[in-house]
Design a protein around this ligand. Structure first.
Ligand SMILES: [Zn+2]
Length: 179
């Protein structure tokens, strides 16, 4: 293949496969690569995805980079609160986890987070704009951290047991992490 390599930022991680994320708003291309993958191999992989990157960057530019506090955020909060409450009430007994405290926040880079010690979950207000199955995925993901704090094999086993389709949901939510 020829043609220029799209600009990207690279992070090396202990991982098996190359991974790419396009940032909402800025359209920045962020690539994670295994420690030992040669640079030319990464360049070739990124170049092979040029068309996909260009399409995603158009989408990213149309997305607001960050939600400002104000009436819009308040409206999303009002919409999301009862949905989260219902999903948590449903999944806590199903997963056998202790009932957590939880809150909603405007978060720029994440969909949710969990503090296992404090037993407290935080959800991104902008989940209100997502389909319910994706909100459910984030809820189950954060509740699973009350069992397994890290993204290790034990965590994935919990996810596979309770929500077998979670990998597809994660792919749909790409652009922001789920801690
Ligand atoms: Zn997580």
């Amino acid at each position: 293949m020829s043609g220029p390599v799209p600009a990207y930022t690279l992070t090396r991680k202990r991982m098996k496969n190359l991974r790419m994320v396009i940032s909402p708003g800025t359209g920045e291309v962020r690539v994670s690569a295994p420690m030992r993958t040669p640079q030319r191999e990464i360049d070739a992989w990124v170049r092979s995805k040029s068309a996909w990157i260009a399409a995603k960057q158009v989408e990213a530019a149309a997305q607001p980079a960050a939600l400002a506090p104000g009436p819009e955020a308040d409206a999303l909060r009002r919409e999301l609160r009862p949905l989260l409450a219902a999903l948590i009430d449903e999944w806590v007994p199903r997963m056998g986890v202790p009932h957590p405290t939880w809150r909603m926040r405007v978060m720029r880079t994440r969909w949710g987070s969990c503090n296992k010690v404090k037993r407290s979950l935080t959800f991104n207000v902008e989940l209100a704009r997502k389909d319910i199955h994706l909100v459910e995925y984030v809820v189950v993901h954060e509740l699973a951290h009350l069992i397994e704090p890290n993204h290790g094999p034990g965590f994935y086993a919990v996810m596979d047991r309770h929500l077998p389709g979670w990998r597809e949901h994660r792919a749909e939510l790409n652009g922001r992490a789920i801690d």
